[in-house]
Ligand binder design. Structure first.
Ligand code: NAD
Ligand code: ZN
Length: 378
């Protein structure tokens, strides 16, 4: 039976309030309105940004919400004015828009867009509008996507159509973590052949950054994590050296500086900790070192001494790896299908949506790289 134009009742994991387990509920998903696409989510990864919202940011206006922003699925129906997508298309919902018309979209310098939830609600991490209700209450769509739901509705400016042969339980990781880390190295840091890099934090984002450094031709890639169990995995993606800050009494920036004759050419912070952000910057060589903030936090100020920057270091940030979302994601799917980027190696656990709280616990305790949840049957 076609569900066109009708409200869909389906299962979703609802975050009713901060710091509490998600609850599997039956929610109502409204039909897509003008320029919107309703998507059956087939698979989703669990990213640390979901945990950030639930346990760290805890913005009171960001609840209740359906979390999840690293998903892939199939178009179920489209609203008026949508010609780019048809039911049955394989797609990845995007947490940043690409409207192609605003001054940011028109500039090759950035992947920011003036449209979408992110334009003015970074702190809340959800759009004020939503197509979800549950028990008579509006449920927010986290980062405009909400992939911990069997169905979701997204504006067509935030949907990427992908190769129909792509396995959704792998390419979902391109909806956030892998594009973020890989692009931070390749697009934002612009890692150069023969360079020395340090990547702080070896979750999926950091490991993807390691993969990006390698793809860009880095000679030495030093992987830094306080969990030594991550080091074996980092080797798979191209890390050449490992450092556990807990093994050293000196600040890690000094250890790195000594190891690399004055500091690394590029460093990437993939933890979301302002202290680590400072260490990553100060691990860079004076003169030309570039440090990129990738880890997500908006709770504290970052600090360093001005001389660090006066001496020629550059401090940058990267959102979604600098990829223009609608253009970049299909290209990364193709790169995976052409075996130019790895995805399978990030997946350490497969579970169902009903097990989402177990997946969150695994990440909280550093026991996974990515758990992929199967959400709806294909
Ligand atoms: P994760 O939890 O899987 O990985 C984080 C890693 O950091 C873990 O291996 C942990 O052991 C390590 N770590 C913790 N403290 C450390 C320290 N002091 N020094 C070194 N390593 C340390 O998370 P993830 O899903 O890979 O995400 C990483 C970060 O990237 C998060 O902050 C997430 O919110 C952020 N993120 C940013 C964007 C963006 O667009 N900028 C997108 C996605 C995720
Ligand atoms: Zn994410």
């Amino acid at each position: 039976m076609s569900l066109l134009g009708i409200v869909i009742k389906c299962k979703a994991a609802v975050a009713w309030e901060p710091n509490k387990p998600l609850v599997i509920e039956e929610i109502e998903v409204a039909p897509p309105q003008a320029n919107e696409v309703r998507i059956k989510i087939v698979a989703t990864g669990v990213c640390h940004t979901d945990l950030y919202h639930l346990f760290e940011g805890m913005h009171k206006d960001g609840f209740p919400a359906v979390l999840g922003h690293e998903g892939a699925g199939i178009v179920e129906s489209v609203g008026p004015g949508v010609i780019e997508f048809q039911p049955g298309d394989k797609v990845i919902p995007l947490f940043i828009y690409q409207c192609r018309e605003c001054r940011f979209c028109k500039s090759p310098k950035t992947n920011q867009c003036e449209k979408g939830w992110a334009a003015d609600r970074y702190d809340v991490m959800a759009s004020a509008e939503s197509r979800f209700t549950c028990k008579g209450k509006k449920i927010l769509q986290f980062m405009g996507t909400s992939t911990f739901s069997e169905y979701t509705v997204v504006n067509q400016m935030a949907v990427a159509k992908i190769d129909p042969t792509a396995p959704l339980d792998k390419v979902c990781l391109l909806g956030c973590g892998v594009c973020t880390g890989y692009g931070a190295a390749v697009n934002t840091a612009k890692v150069e052949p023969g360079s020395t890099c340090a990547v702080f934090g070896l979750g999926a984002v950091g490991l993807a950054a390691v993969m990006g450094c390698k793809a860009a031709g880095a000679k030495k890639i030093i992987a830094v994590d306080i969990n030594p169990e991550k080091f074996e995995k980092a080797k798979v993606f191209g890390a050449t050296d490992f450092l556990n800050p807990k093994d050293h009494s000196k600040p890690i920036s000094q250890v790195l500086s000594k190891m690399t004759n004055g500091g690394v050419d590029f460093s990437l912070e993939c933890v979301g900790n302002v202290g680590v952000m400072r260490s990553a910057l100060e691990s860079c060589v004076k003169g030309w070192g570039v440090s990129v903030l990738v880890g997500w936090t908006d709770l504290y100020d970052v600090a360093t001494r001005p001389i660090q920057l006066i001496a020629g270091r550059t401090w940058k940030g990267s959102l979604f790896g600098g990829f223009k979302s609608k253009d970049g994601v299909p290209q990364m799917v193709k790169a995976y299908l052409d075996k130019k980027v790895k995805l399978d190696e990030f997946v350490t656990h497969n579970m169902t949506l009903a097990q989402v709280n177990d997946a969150i616990e695994l990440m909280k305790h550093g026991e996974c790289i990515r758990t992929v949840l199967s959400v709806s049957p294909q």
